[in-house]
Design a protein. Structure first.
Length: 322
């Protein structure tokens, strides 16, 4: 295998649409742009997930229910994307999708992944739930191969698994993780959550390469807000002003992160950018150090270095391929 062939990525043809995808056709540096956008999106989503931690418990002294947080996040995202949707509509771009079933399917997958993640995190050790959830990257690459014909081969596979291994080291699951599947149904729920999250990424790739940004964002936040409204109301915990403000910030931050994610899959293959999603463990470690005075131990540092090394290696392979 020559240096220029160590990374091989192929993609299924993309039907023409009114959304340009320059990175997939005529920009030789597009993959690296996709990687940078994926890293920015991952950093923003890591911040988003950290906001409830900044908030602490609700006014009642109990933790804020996960479904309540999810509803506020999606409703906040809906409000944040409204100005963009209005501006897009005024330019003469329709906000009605010719393929609404894909948006509904994506929203359903997103809600399922949130529900599964919350259930798993509350019914099994958090480290184990996190470790199982990290397999979503593997499923995303598999789905990208099945539905988009993308392949990642050679040394790039090693770099990708280094990223996954580093993330698992940081998550630090228990040694009996495999046996957990036999004794705790929550492990299967966590696995379903990982698969649905990967499925959402695949559907996002499909619609974002064919439809305008505002339409993609508006559909998922609207559908998810409506679907989560009643469960959130039934579980609602009273929130003080500071807690409510921090959780409300999740929506706008998520929109910025989603914009980065949408553009990343327009510039690069999903099988290439997925390993860089494991950088969330590195970003989370930095947040713990900077804001919660939680110094990482040697195992955490080793895991972060593995993620960083795998990502840099994968980016270097792509650059040499170019």
């Amino acid at each position: 295998m020559t240096p220029n062939s160590s990374l091989s990525i192929t993609k299924a043809p993309i039907p023409s649409s009114n959304v340009k995808t320059p990175g997939l056709q005529d920009d030789p540096g597009a993959a690296l742009k996709g990687i940078l956008l994926a890293l920015m999106g991952t950093a923003l989503f890591t911040i988003m997930f950290a906001l409830p931690k900044f908030a602490g418990p609700a006014s009642s002294g109990h933790d804020v229910p996960g479904l309540q947080i999810a509803f506020i996040r999606y409703f906040g995202g809906f409000l944040a994307v409204l100005p963009l949707a209005v501006a897009t509509h005024r330019k003469g771009v329709s906000l009605i999708s010719p393929q609404p079933q894909w948006h509904l399917f994506r929203a359903s997958l997103g809600i399922a992944s949130v529900v599964c993640g919350v259930y798993a995190a509350t019914h099994m050790p958090l480290a184990n739930a996190t470790a199982i959830g990290l397999t979503n990257g593997v499923f995303a690459i598999i789905l990208a191969f099945i539905f988009f014909g993308e392949r990642i081969a050679g040394l790039a596979w090693i770099a990708s698994f280094l990223c996954l291994a580093g993330a698992l080291v940081v998550a630090r699951p228990s040694t009996d993780l495999i046996a957990t599947f036999q004794s705790n149904p929550a492990a299967f729920i966590a696995l379903i959550g990982a698969i649905t999250m990967a499925g959402e990424m695949a559907v996002l790739t499909h619609v974002s390469r064919r439809e305008p940004l505002a339409r993609v964002l508006l559909y998922v936040n609207t559908v998810a807000s409506l679907a989560l409204a009643i469960p959130a109301f039934l579980l609602w915990e009273p929130l003080d002003q500071r807690t409510l403000l921090l959780i409300c910030c999740m929506g706008p931050v998520a929109i910025l992160g989603q914009i980065c994610n949408i553009w990343s899959v327009r510039f690069a293959a999903i099988s290439l950018i997925t390993p860089f999603k494991y950088s969330s463990m590195v970003f989370a470690t930095f947040i713990d150090v900077l804001f919660f005075d939680l110094l990482p131990d040697g195992i955490t540092v080793t895991g972060c270095l593995l993620v960083a090394f795998g990502g840099l290696w994968l980016a270097r392979l792509q650059r040499r391929r170019k």
